[in-house]
Design a protein around this ligand. Sequence first.
Ligand SMILES: [Zn+2]
Ligand SMILES: [Zn+2]
Ligand SMILES: [Zn+2]
Ligand SMILES: [Zn+2]
Ligand SMILES: [Zn+2]
Ligand SMILES: [Zn+2]
Ligand SMILES: [Zn+2]
Length: 465
Amino acid sequence: RRRSLASPGAATVQADPLCLGRVGSRSPVPRRPRLPSPVRLSSEGVFKCPEDQLPLDYAKIYPDPELESQVLSLTIRCIHSEEGCRWSGQVKHLQAHLNTCGFNVIPCPNRCGLKLQRRDLPAHLQHDCSKRRLRCEFCGSDFTGEAYETHQGACPQESVYCENKCGARMMRRLLPQHALAECPKRTQPCAYCSKEFVFDTIQSHQYQCPRYPVPCPNQCGAGSVAREDLPGHLKENCSTALVLCPFKEAGCKHRCPKVAMSRHVDESTKAHLGLVSALVSRQRQELQELRREVEELALGCDGTLVWKIPDYARRLQEAKARSNHEAFSPPFYTHRYGYKLQVSAFLNGNGSGEGSHLSVYIRVLPGTYDNLLEWPFSHRVTFSLLDQSDPSLSKPQHVTETFRPDPNWKNFQKPGASRSSVDESALGFGYPKFISHEDIKKRNYVRDNAIFIRASVEIPQKILA
Ligand SMILES: [Zn+2]
Ligand SMILES: [Zn+2]
Ligand SMILES: [Zn+2]
Ligand SMILES: [Zn+2]
Ligand SMILES: [Zn+2]
Ligand SMILES: [Zn+2]
Ligand SMILES: [Zn+2]
């Protein structure tokens, strides 16, 4: 049977039409044709007609040139019409069209592995194809797409601006040399202080650079000196600098260049010696004053003196050997800014107690605050010889005497400037028979060969305040 031929619009048309044996009766050609896709080989090696499913005899299939030319003259649309190709033409021209059809999918001619519609090829070849060939506009070299991308921005022939923004423009290959040696904006270490500077500011930096060598303004011949060392040089090392005599502390005002100083020292020995000895005596006076002030500061000022007399046995022997031997306590103040007092003891007695008793006296010394105080000195004084017995074993029994100063006693008047130790105004007031030599041996008045004498002064609260 003859198949009715499809009008233009059939999606696919076979380029090689065949006739089937059942239709015509021309001598069969035992040729294995390219089979039309709808025709399937059955399991028995027999074709089935796609239209009616009846079996076909392979041996009876033969080409039909007449039908072929008929078929090939049919008008059809491009196989890519659905994608947008508007071509239509005779079947026989389809292949030629597909060779140029923009919608036909073809492999990239650069063998990059991609398949794409022909119409996309120019863009692919120009921009995307990894195997495309490109020419660098600067150096003229040819590259594949991949290599070109790495070459871009690195071509040694490309003209670029200096990265230091000095404004210079040159081929990239010249940049390193420019940056190293020519660029006015390159950084460079100062040859003197080693700090980094932009090249065109180094010149002005060197007007301030602390290490820049400058000549000595005194032309001393020392050569150049680093700027920051110049003041030190002028003061200490420059041979023309004026220096002071090493005896300046002693008062020599001589001043001359350093080189001439040793001659001055040699020539002025006598004068220098005089200055030094005057200095020594000034300093000795100062020392005495200082010692006085220190002693004053060290004095007690709470109105109580506890005076230890060590080495009692030997001192008693000494007192027996030299009559009227008086021992003095450290001075003390009755209160802050108060009267300055001193206790004295005759270990072998004095006056009515001589040879048999310990005598104890108190005297007023010239003090710093005398002009601020009331005179005569009139506050109650208590003397005690302390019992050194252990208080936890028995209650200590101190020997105690208290008296109010006699206002007529000369020593209790305001001390005058003329007071001297032989003057009776310097005599103390107290007890010639404070304790007898027998009684002092009792209890623990003498312990570890030492006695303690306590003197305390009662100062009324209103004076303290
Ligand atoms: Zn097409
Ligand atoms: Zn490609
Ligand atoms: Zn290049
Ligand atoms: Zn530059
Ligand atoms: Zn510098
Ligand atoms: Zn100098
Ligand atoms: Zn001198």
